[in-house]
Design a protein around this ligand. Sequence first.
Ligand SMILES: C[C@H](O)[C@H](O)[C@H]1CNC2=NC(N)=NC(=O)C2=N1
Length: 101
Amino acid sequence: MKQERLERAAAEAKLSELAGWALNDTASAISKTFKFSNFIEAFGFMTQAAITAEKLNHHPEWFNVYSRVDVTLNTHDAGGLTELDFKLARAMDKAAARGAV
Ligand SMILES: C[C@H](O)[C@H](O)[C@H]1CNC2=NC(N)=NC(=O)C2=N1
């Protein structure tokens, strides 16, 4: 499924419906840091997010240390942001809502 790249204004509109996500300077990616109470909570979140990512065939760039997970979303096939990034962001927020601190 070919996704169209969202221009800055469209990306900002979608971003305004989310909490804690930031747009980068070139409007080509969104990022968020998730904090949990320990490594198991963080890894549980990553496991749920991984299952969703695989279903969507859309994969996060992320970095985990102990209870923290830094996430960056971007659609490399489109060279920027697409609806898929926001779909995955919403799913990650839902997954995190169970274990986030
Ligand atoms: C071939 C494969 O379907 C593509 O490379 C998919 C896989 N996962 C992906 N994930 C992300 N974040 N962006 C993509 O463009 C992308 N493309």
